[in-house]
Design a protein around this ligand. Structure first.
Ligand code: SF4
Length: 338
């Protein structure tokens, strides 16, 4: 690992000032926030990320960063809440199964204890070409160098939201749940606090896959806000090669509002198939106002994946992604809500 400077401010504004250093020769800013460090330290050891300064945010003294607040019309979750704490909170277990299931399936217990939710949504891709600097061609790690995955081993790569410059998968589990709950993100930046739709946080790769989010240097995620009340008719289903500690081949986060067997509102986030946490807006539109049956769910899933672009080894993700969405919709419909 390369040497780096270490700062541990207690004031959030001071942290933002320290981290507001634009990217220059580095693909990412040379100053990085460190929370649990479960992605960052790995990538520093692999020499994929080479920050010159780490700003440790675990000592920030703003207690709201560590709170879970059930307010009358929203749930507010501080970004320094760990995965484990949210997952084990009895009110969240009861009222937001989509959140607890996605956290449970998103990491081992050790990682859930370490990782903060703010960092969780910013985890980097697992593309093996990105994570191994001995491969020269990776537009995300080294802009303009090419993409080794296009004609390489791409079984785990995305089929939705790809470009000719990058097909790397967004591998997180909690983010698709946030997408399905229409969450917003509170961000503290140089000019104060702003609120961003979570669905607008991540960027499609396009021709600049090294720019992964719409955050500016120094921007600090302070909270996630989920509008409305409890979402008990919700769930997260994940299909993977083995049943623990494995990334998704396909996943679906579903939150339904039903009038009998007619869909009043459906929100669907997909994981394991796309370059960003994917909001299945086409499928949602097709389902709204219609009876939810296996046939209507199949039609919606087929329409969502119409734009899928497959490569040599990931063709299976289209059928698997569709089936995962259909199964999740029907299981959410069948949930018995107390
Ligand atoms: Fe790099 Fe993206 Fe290609 Fe992977 S898919 S090698 S991250 S450019």
């Amino acid at each position: 690992m390369r040497p780096f400077a270490y700062e541990a401010p207690t004031d959030a504004q001071a942290a933002v000032r320290l981290a507001s250093v634009p990217a220059t020769a580095h693909v990412t800013s040379p100053v990085q926030y460190k929370g649990g460090g479960t992605t960052l330290i790995d990538l520093m050891k692999l020499d994929v990320m080479q920050p010159t300064t780490l700003v440790d945010i675990t000592r920030l003294n703003d207690e709201r960063l560590r709170r879970i607040e059930s307010l009358p019309n929203e749930l507010r979750i501080g970004s320094l809440v760990t995965m484990a704490r949210l997952h084990e909170d009895p009110a969240i277990v009861r009222n937001y199964p989509i959140l607890t299931e996605s956290l449970w399936q998103g990491a081992s217990q050790q990682l859930r204890n370490m990782a903060f939710l703010g960092g969780n949504v910013l985890q980097r891709t697992r593309c093996s070409y990105f994570r191994d600097p001995s491969f020269a061609q990776c537009n995300k790690r080294n802009p303009g160098s090419g993409c080794s995955a296009l004609d390489g081993a791409n079984r785990g790569h995305a089929v939705l939201g790809t470009s000719e410059h990058c097909i790397a998968l967004y591998a997180g589990d909690w983010a698709p749940a946030l997408v399905a709950l229409d969450a917003r993100v509170e961000v503290l930046g140089r000019s104060g606090v702003r609120s961003v739709a979570f669905a607008d946080l991540h960027r499609l790769p396009g021709s600049t896959p090294h720019i992964e989010t719409n955050l500016m240097p120094g921007d600090l995620i302070t909270a996630f806000v989920i509008p409305g009340g409890p979402r008990r008719r919700s769930l997260y289903r994940k299909i993977r090669d083995r049943e623990s500690y494995q990334f998704a081949n396909a996943s679906a986060a579903v939150a339904l509002e039903m009038d009998g067997d007619v869909v009043r509102d459906a929100r669907i986030g997909l994981g394991g198939v796309a370059t960003i946490p994917w909001r299945a807006r086409t499928a949602e539109r097709m389902l709204r106002g219609r009876r939810l049956t296996e046939a209507s769910a199949n039609a919606a899933a087929a329409a969502e994946f119409e734009a899928a672009k497959t490569r040599a080894h990931n063709v299976y993700k289209v059928a698997l992604g569709r089936a995962t969405m259909v199964r999740s919709l029907l299981e959410a419909q069948a949930l018995e809500i107390a």
